[in-house]
Design a protein around this ligand. Structure first.
Ligand code: KIV
Ligand code: ZN
Length: 519
């Protein structure tokens, strides 16, 4: 690791290991629009167990019958991870958790003035007593207890420490500092955690929300100051802007801080994908670690560097393999020939220099038009370019074509071609027009009729595929042609415009037929 980082670490109260408390199935399920079935919750719990989280907060049992059912079933799965249920500091809530057979009860109460005034509507002393009673009740049942002072970061510090000491004395196993509305800044989180660290002997857990995008930074700041457990969610799900993202917390601890967790990081990507699928909340492509672009390189300078040594434009201390992801070289307007050649070689193309230049030109052209060039697009472009008859061998070339179509007219096309007379080796122009059932048919009929004087060419098959979605998708046309002697050729072209792709494929096919006949 670099010396600036090593220097900074000297001033931190870092442990060797941090426990990961996953709340995807509780706070994560509070993401607006997310409602998981019992089966989905079980599937996610199994995956979290495979991932190696220390604690799975399976739900809030008092909130519904379905929730109790899910928490009971997850608790009965025999997972390695400890299963936790959430409760207010109320006996019925705690009983609901106990009935589910959880390993740990996470009990919470608001401690900030604003929340006490508007939600609990009781005196501060009474709130403290309720917290103590709840912890005592849980411990009397021989169960582990985590206590959270909700809205801790907006709580008067003296009162917060008082309540933490009181629940510690009542037997709480661990206390949590929630940044419930995500208003902390890393230095403030460090200061508060240090103060709590100096006031209690039990371990400290943190729970940070992401309202200002600081949830991960604040969680890590708490670890720097003595927190030994971090609450987080897969894909950063959670109430409002979500919670600290598990993938980011774990990889930062592992790869930058050098602090261990029990997470098997190779399952991070597949876990993210499962949660994405079951919750329906899409992960942004530029999301760190598990986003589709997290290890993708597009610009010529970057792809060139990465192909030499991936560490040039990647963190190095974190590789795609470490998190079960893949490195991708993608093409777009910033693409360079190095990257495109590497991608094409991987696809099995043997490409000449002039063909590579032409593919690159077409890719950049599409990129300039704002199009994302997918692997499928690139393959289609390369197949078109590689399959082209080289210019000096072409018998006909397209000079221009035009098509007219509409709801009250017969589609009509005109074409102008350059034709090289093979007997005299002289070029001449040929042109003509035709109608058809649609613009493509009209254009192909026009070419056929113009060429008819030289050779009668039939279109025996026509296949069109839109490679990527949207009305500006790249159209991949494959066409099969037959001449009067029964010679059959296939030609292909990919363009954004269906008619242009069809015309190019047809011209290419005709040139191939002439090439065969010359032999
Ligand atoms: O954000 C919060 O304060 C919570 C508590 C239940 C810990 O989710
Ligand atoms: Zn929360």
């Amino acid at each position: 690791m670099f010396s600036v980082i090593n220097e900074a670490k000297k001033n931190m109260n870092l442990p060797d290991k941090v426990a990961i408390f996953d709340t995807t199935l509780r706070d994560g399920e509070q993401t607006p629009g997310v409602a998981l079935t019992v089966e989905n919750k079980i599937a996610i719990a199994r995956q979290l167990d495979k991932l190696g989280v220390d604690i799975i907060e399976a739900g809030f049992p008092i909130s519904s019958k379905g929730e109790r059912d899910a928490v009971s079933k997850i608790a009965g799965e025999g997972l390695e991870s400890h299963v936790c249920g959430l409760s207010r500091v109320l006996t019925p809530d705690i009983d609901a958790c106990l009935d589910c057979g959880v390993d740990l009860v996470h009990t919470f109460v608001s401690t900030s003035d604003i929340q006490i005034k508007h939600t609990i509507k009781k005196g501060k002393e009474e709130v403290k007593n309720m917290a103590v009673d709840a912890v005592t009740y849980i411990k009397d049942h021989g169960i582990k207890c985590l206590f959270s002072a909700m809205d801790a970061t907006r709580t008067e510090t003296g009162y917060l420490l008082e309540i933490f000491r009181a629940v510690e004395d009542a037997g709480a196993d661990i206390i949590n500092i929630p940044d419930t509305v995500g208003v902390m800044m890393p230095q403030a989180m460090r200061d508060l955690t240090s103060e709590v660290f100096d006031s209690v002997r039990i371990p400290i857990d943190v729970h940070c929300h992401n309202d200002f995008g600081l949830a991960v930074a604040n969680s890590l700041a708490a670890v720097e100051a003595g927190a030994r457990e971090v609450q987080c969610t897969i894909n950063g799900l959670g109430e409002r802007a979500g919670n600290a993202d598990l993938e980011e917390v774990v990889m930062s601890l592992t790869s930058i801080y050098g602090v261990e967790t029990d997470i098997n990081t190779r399952y991070l990507y597949e876990t993210s994908k499962l949660v994405e699928r079951l919750t329906g909340i899409r992960v942004m492509p530029n999301f760190p670690i598990v986003g589709e672009n997290a290890f993708s390189h597009e610009s010529g300078i970057h792809t060139h560097g990465v192909l030499e040594d991936a560490n040039t434009f990647e963190p190095g201390v974190m590789t795609p393999e470490m998190v079960g992801h893949k490195r991708r070289i993608v093409s777009g307007k910033h693409a360079g020939t190095h990257g495109i050649r590497a991608m094409l070689e991987e696809m099995g193309f043997e490409i000449k220099k002039d063909q590579l230049m032409e593919v690159t030109r077409r890719v950049k052209d599409l990129g300039d038009k704002g199009k994302v060039v997918t692997e499928m697009d690139l393959k289609a472009i390369a197949e078109t370019v590689v399959g082209q008859v080289s210019e000096d061998k072409t018998v006909i070339d397209l000079k221009e074509y035009a098509v007219m179509t509409g709801n009250n007219m017969v589609p009509t096309a005109s074409v102008r071609l350059r034709f090289k007379d093979l007997d005299t080796d002289k070029d001449r122009e040929i042109m003509g027009a035709e109608t058809g059932v649609g613009p493509v048919d009209a254009a192909l009929n026009a070419i056929r009729s113009v060429v008819k004087g030289i050779e009668d060419i039939r279109v025996t098959e026509y296949h069109l595929e839109a490679i990527t979605g949207g009305s500006d998708a790249l159209a991949d046309v494959i066409i099969k042609l037959e001449d009067s002697r029964g010679n059959l050729v296939t030609a292909r072209a990919a363009r954004e415009d269906i008619v242009t792709a069809s015309v190019e494929a047809m011209i290419q096919g005709i040139n191939r037929i002439f090439l065969i006949r010359e032999k």
